[in-house]
Write a protein that binds this ligand. Structure first.
Ligand code: ADP
Length: 502
């Protein structure tokens, strides 16, 4: 090397650089016959130099590229232009790989191509990464689109509801409101989002009487998620409305608290209907009661013989009239009670009395009804003092209803047992029957107004479906509660718990 000229040195260095290059380099003749290739080519294709030389570049053809691909390539390079593209080739061992190839034609001074130099690079892994990234992006995009769709669907639904929603952050900032909220309170979402509740209090001062009190109660109530903590408030501005308000904590899947959702429902119409219904019931009840009292009075006088003796047929007919007017009287007085309870105008006459004595009286009054159906009625009232405080008439009404039900909904020959259990501060009175019982669907609706089982055998028995609703309301007014257990075909037990006088 010592006597080589500097130019020869450079040439030698260039050749060894080409040999060592990481990029595969192949020199072919004008028809594609391989004349020389470097080591990277062997690494890439699996063909050692001695095996490759003399063979055509087409040994690398994978068979997966369409013929027009090669036609395009040849027409480019044979016209003297550089060709760059990606293609799938095949290694000596038959495996495929993706290659980026640049072919440069080498021309003499007349423009005749005498060689081609091809630079080749395996880009399978690059392609894989790009492909993976592209796939990943697609999945993320789809996920995002699905989320966006779900978000706008939820938004559309929440905007379409008539209830106003407000989502507050845990530190009392407006996070989100729906369209109904904007309409209800004459606000615009953009003006609220991110602002502190306190900042908006002057605005809500026009809407509600004591907005800060209401909002702090709502925030407090959201901790309990107790449906009974729903509050009724009057909205003054921009319209007068009766509003039912409640709140609930919103959590994410990880149970982290996201905020407090406050819901405002316009119940003006419901309240109006309730008021009209109560007024109507009160009016109708009074109008019915007066003529009924008169009918009952005259029927009683006729039955007593005050208008002269009656024959058996006449007596039978009069008894039918009496039974039906009794039913009507009960219905009318039940309706009146319902409207009194609903309007809050019911008055209880408070006194202290012994509940066991009261029950014995009720049982005594109804005994003939049980005998008429051949039912065994047993009473087992044990234990010490049983003084309770309340309205004797109303508590009598409760036990009369429960015992009448036990009698009505127990077939002939059944048994009804009245028992008591004295607790520390309360007394428990149970009425257990061996009657028809209640299905689980009926049990769920038992204490609703006008509920009567759909069972045709029950429909045949007279009743209004108001007795249990009234009984529960009355017991609760006395600070007590009423519960039941029941099994179809086996019977039911209704239990009343009342606070004892201490
Ligand atoms: P009513 O007896 O006038 O229909 P209630 O409110 O007292 O009204 O009872 C409502 C309904 O509950 C009844 O129609 C009946 O279907 C059912 N029910 C009440 N008590 C019993 C009972 N002891 N056994 C079975 N079903 C009962």
């Amino acid at each position: 090397m010592g006597d080589a000229s500097p130019n020869e040195d450079i040439q030698l260095l260039q050749v060894s650089a080409l040999k060592m290059a990481a990029l595969a380099i192949v020199i072919t003749g004008p028809k594609g016959t391989i004349l020389w290739a470097n080591r990277a080519f062997t690494k890439l294709s699996g063909y050692p130099l001695e095996e490759a030389v003399g063979r055509n570049m087409s040994i690398l053809k994978s068979g997966v590229m369409p013929p027009y691909f090669y036609e395009g390539m040849w027409s480019t390079i044979s016209s003297g232009e550089v060709w760059i593209d990606e293609l799938v080739n095949r290694r000596k061992d038959g495996s495929h790989y993706v290659e980026e190839m640049t072919i440069t034609p080498i021309q003499d001074e007349k423009g005749v191509i005498h060689h081609y130099i091809a630079f080749k690079q395996d880009i399978s892994s690059r392609r894989n990464i790009v492909e993976e990234l592209r796939q990943n992006l697609k999945v993320q995009e789809e996920r995002y689109n699905a989320l966006e769709r779900a978000r706008s669907e939820t938004r559309a639904v929440l905007d379409a509801t008539s209830e106003a929603f407000l989502l507050l952050s845990m530190d009392s900032k407006f996070m989100w409101v729906n369209r109904a909220f904007e309409r209800f309170f004459a606000v615009i979402e953009e003006d609220l989002i991110g602002r502190d509740l306190k900042e908006m209090l002057p605005h809500f001062g026009r809407v509600f009487d004591n907005p800060s009190g209401l909002l702090s109660r709502l925030i407090e109530a959201s901790n309990y998620e107790d449906p009974s903590s729903r509050e009724n408030v009057v909205q003054r501005w921009p319209r007068i409305r009766n509003i039912e308000v409640y709140s609930t904590l919103v959590r994410n899947d990880l149970d982290e608290e996201l905020g407090i959702l406050c819901v405002f429902r316009d119940v003006s119409r419901e309240r109006e209907v309730e008021r009209m219904q109560s007024e109507f019931v009160a009016l109708v009840s009074h109008e019915l009661r007066t003529p009924l009292t008169s009918i009952e009075g005259y029927v009683d006088m006729l039955l007593d013989g005050d208008a002269g003796g009656l024959n058996k047929l006449q007596l039978d007919f009069l008894n039918v009239v009496k039974r039906n007017s009794d039913r009507l009287t009960t219905l009318v007085s039940d309706l009146l009670d319902v409207s009194r309870i609903e309007s809050g105008s019911i008055k209880l006459r408070w006194e202290t009395f012994d509940i066991k004595d009261l029950i014995k009286d009720v049982v005594g009054n109804l005994r003939s009804q049980f005998e008429a159906k051949g039912q065994r009625l047993s009473v087992d009232l044990r234990g010490g003092g049983s003084n309770v405080s309340g309205d004797v008439g109303r508590i009598t009404q409760v036990f009369t209803n429960l015992l009448t039900n036990a009698n009505k909904y127990t077939p002939e020959g059944g048994a009804v047992r009245v028992s008591s259990r004295r607790g520390d501060r309360r007394i428990e009175i149970s009425i257990a029957d061996t009657g028809i019982g209640l299905s689980s669907e009926d049990q769920a609706r038992l204490f609703t107004k006008f509920f009567r089982s759909d069972d045709p055998s029950i429909r045949a028995i007279g009743g209004s479906g108001l007795g249990l609703w009234l009984s529960r309301s009355l017991v609760e007014m006395h600070g007590g509660e009423i519960s039941f257990t029941s099994e179809v075909g086996k019977g039911s037990t209704f239990t009343v718990r009342l606070p004892l006088e201490t």
